[in-house]
Design a protein around this ligand. Structure first.
Ligand code: PBG
Length: 341
């Protein structure tokens, strides 16, 4: 029988023969037709390590996040491995006395990151360890690079980043994450690692790292906020206005030998993540940064948002936008939620 009903002549012609809601009717069919899944293997857990004192020290602007001593960090690593989290990303809390203008603490054998990597590698060899390459936790003025006459020096900074990368490799790091945004650092670090026999160490380039205002709580956690004062990082981190420029940054990092790419921050930059994944087809990661975590925790604390549901929703959105994995302070809580919800 010819279908000359009014609906078949509408621009989207098939209503109500096609009913999108049929595949949403029940939990089983929703699960069956889901385009993405979230698993513990999607998470990289950023953790803060400190020397001595109480085992755990809360970071007020990051509720639920603690700075840990090395023994407490080893326990956290065991927990993460049990949950199936593939990798940790280690960040140091460095007391003021150890910060200098040349950031030499960054590559000192026996610094807190060196101790942490060795201890985790010994106790939990099955978990991957990543660590940042940048000078900000170690430098008296809180910038990611060396400064002279009010300018952040590119090439001189790279020489220090190379020392830091080699030190991390010596400690046993699996992945280094240059987060400094100096030009040409991926290639120089790659060459230096290879020449020193560390060709197995992987590089996750913070390819598109924006000069974002969402890093505030992180700077509290590593103790670089007061050092930085009113200064900003806009001469090396990217302008939030720019997307094409992020593709050029990523192209350089790929050409220089990066193994994995990253976009940071996360949710406000999903378009950049999508473009980068589509353009390069590289393992591509998103960093759900401290400010994003803090916003959600603050709203949930007031009872304005459902923390658990929003955590999983945000993480799923990264997957939909093309992320192969997400650095998130919610990694452990998300593993518990995946089992429960
Ligand atoms: C340091 C670094 C920062 C973050 C990761 N590595 C801060 C910054 O660039 O000032 C931010 C992470 C977060 O906010 O969660 N280079």
């Amino acid at each position: 029988m010819p279908d000359n009903s009014k609906h078949s002549r509408q621009p989207f012609g098939q209503y109500p023969r096609v009913r999108m809601r049929r595949n949403r009717s029940d939990d089983w069919v929703r699960r069956l037709t889901a385009e993405q899944v979230l698993t513990p293997a999607d998470f990289i857990w950023p953790v803060f390590v400190k020397e001595g004192g109480a085992a755990k020290e809360p970071v007020p602007s990051l509720p639920g996040v603690n700075r840990l001593t090395v023994p407490a960090l080893v326990k956290a690593a065991e927990q993460a491995a049990r949950l199936g989290i593939p990798m940790l990303s280690l960040f140091p809390y460095v007391p003021k006395e150890k910060k200098t203008d040349d950031a030499r603490e960054a590559y000192r054998k026996g610094n807190v990151i060196d101790k942490a990597i060795r201890a985790i590698k010994q106790a939990v060899p099955e978990i991957g360890i990543m660590s940042d390459v940048a000078l900000d936790p170690y430098i008296s003025h809180g910038q990611d690079g060396l400064e002279r006459g009010g300018r952040i020096l590119n090439d001189e900074t790279i020489e220090v980043l190379i020392k830091q990368s080699l030190a991390l490799a010596e400690s046993g790091v699996d992945v280094i994450g240059p987060s400094d945004m100096m030009d040409g650092r991926i290639g120089r670090i790659r060459d230096a690692l290879d020449a020193a026999g560390h060709s197995h160490v992987k590089i996750m380039a913070y390819s598109a790292k924006y000069a974002s205002n969402f890093y505030g709580p992180f700077r509290d956690a590593v103790g670089s906020k007061s050092a930085l004062g009113r200064a900003d990082k806009r001469t090396y981190q990217m302008d939030p206005a720019n997307g094409d420029e992020a593709m050029r940054e990523a192209a350089l990092d790929v050409a220089e030998g990066a193994d994995m790419l990253m976009v940071k921050p996360g949710l406000p930059y999903l378009d950049v993540l999508w473009r980068m994944k589509q353009a390069f087809k590289m393992p591509t990661f998103a960093y759900q940064v401290s400010g994003e975590y803090a916003m959600l925790k603050a709203a949930a604390g007031k009872g304005w948002l459902d923390n658990d549901k929003c955590v999983l929703e945000t993480l799923m959105c990264f997957k939909r936008a093309g992320a192969d994995g997400i650095l998130t302070y919610s990694a452990v809580e998300a593993c518990a939620l995946l089992k429960r919800l």
